[in-house]
Design a protein. Structure first.
Ligand SMILES: [Zn+2]
Ligand SMILES: [Zn+2]
Length: 424
């Protein structure tokens, strides 16, 4: 999986920016063949042959001594300042070595094989370049930050610099194995979260389907959220309203309903794939062409031309609500990303893709998957991950609503035609 390996290499620039030799030592240990029997396969590294010198026992001893020296030197503020100028370059060089170790040579299955064949810079070289650049950037930020801090707190009265230094040791020590397993981990965690969320949704739908009230005029069992009886067409005031609060999504015992609220309720019903009128489950393709199978209600663009705009703003307003909680969660690198993917699937993609045709859905879906996979790189870097989640949400909202709008534009004449046929 060269793509995932590249993700790991690029994410390794974050720990590499805080220490140079310790991450290298960890990478060398993970790549050392005799250590492989004691390590889980997920974090093992198979270095290319031209890098084997770096994983030899002699090299391991030297790198081990260097990382010990580095840790000790970092605890002394004078030595630390002395090293400032050199360390950014040392870290960058080590980032290049680590990249050469982690990223495999294979090029065929990669995203842009045409570029490779055309004789441009190879995938591996460009990935190493990005890693080195990121490391250089993060490391110089770090130097500048500590210099600024040093001026503020000259004598390190509260030993804060020392404490931070110990945390950095721990981070450099633990982060590399996590980073190497992280992209795979992120994908597994999102898959598990998504499965749980979908099962939960199924359960809610099942429970919702079982809940029925009797229609006053024909005694048929109807859904409490229906505004029309699907049997006799009698009007009802919905007894349950979808209100789209995060924790309580329904409101009971409704007495009177403003037209505005009723319209919102109906749009929300449609977004959960229920008929806006009788609240029964609908098959979306049939519904768009022929209307509801139970009550024959149809989307009528002539009667209510801007219903889709209302629908869209309703869905988008709901999605924006998740941006802040998801951004805060993304402080925990992998978890925030995984939760955002679930939120996107359930609250943005699902209600908008109702209107997307099969073909459009395919290219769109793969385009967005690729984007998500690319965003996984920065999502694995702490703090930077704070930016990724809002970008991911916003791009999904914009792209999917745009596509859905286009599709509705195409669908409108068809709907008009089928309504006209029915009337004549
Ligand atoms: Zn009835
Ligand atoms: Zn219906």
């Amino acid at each position: 999986m060269p793509f995932l390996a590249t993700l790991s290499a690029i994410s390794s620039s974050a720990p590499l920016a805080s220490r140079a030799f310790m991450p290298l030592l960890i990478v060398c240990i993970l790549a050392n063949p005799s250590c492989h029997e004691y390590l889980p396969e997920m974090i093992q590294i198979n270095p290319p042959e031209n890098m084997l010198w770096l994983v030899s026992t002699q090299a391991l001893v030297i790198i081990g001594i260097l990382s010990l020296l580095e840790i000790c030197a970092d605890k002394n503020n004078e030595l630390k300042e002395l090293m400032d100028g050199v360390q950014t370059w040392v870290k960058t060089i080590i980032a290049i070595l680590v990249g050469m170790m982690i990223i495999p040579e294979v090029t065929e299955e990669l995203v842009a094989p045409e570029l490779d064949r055309a004789g441009f810079i190879s995938w591996k070289t460009s990935a190493i370049f990005v890693t080195a650049l990121l490391t250089f950037f993060l490391s110089s930020m770090r130097v500048r930050f500590f210099r600024f801090w040093g001026e503020m707190d000259d004598d390190d009265i509260f030993h804060i610099r020392r404490i931070v230094s110990y945390f950095e040791d721990l981070w450099a020590f633990l982060a590399i194995p996590v980073v190497i397993a992280m992209p795979i981990l992120a994908i597994i965690i999102s898959a598990i979260f998504l499965a749980i969320a979908l099962l939960y949704q199924r359960l809610l739908h099942y429970l919702d389907d079982r809940e029925r009230i009797t229609c006053g005029s024909c005694q048929t069992e109807i859904k409490p959220s229906a505004s029309v009886c699907h049997q006799c067409d009698a009007d009802h005031i919905p007894q349950k309203l979808l209100n789209w609060k995060i924790f309580r999504s329904k409101q009971d015992n409704v007495e009177a309903l403003s037209p505005e609220l009723e319209e919102k309720h109906q749009l929300r019903l449609l977004s959960s794939r229920c008929c806006p009128n009788c609240a029964e489950r609908i098959e979306i393709d049939k519904y768009l062409k022929e209307g509801c199978m139970k009550c024959c209600q149809k989307l009528d663009p002539e009667f209510n031309p801007d219903w889709f705009n209302k629908y869209k703003s309703e869905v988008i307003a709901r999605a924006w609500k998740f941006i802040i909680p998801c951004t805060i969660l993304s402080l925990i690198p992998v978890l925030g990303f995984a939760v955002s993917i679930v939120v996107i699937k359930l609250y943005i993609v699902a209600p908008l893709r109702i209107f997307l045709g099969m073909r459009m859905k395919f290219t769109l879906r793969w385009g967005m998957r690729l984007l998500t996979l690319l965003l996984l790189i920065p999502a694995c870097i702490p703090v930077v991950s704070l930016l990724v989640v809002p970008i991911l949400l916003a791009v999904h909202i914009l792209v999917y609503s745009r596509y859905a709008e286009k599709r509705i534009g195409k669908l409108a004449p068809e709907l008009l035609r089928s309504t006209a046929i029915e009337i004549t």
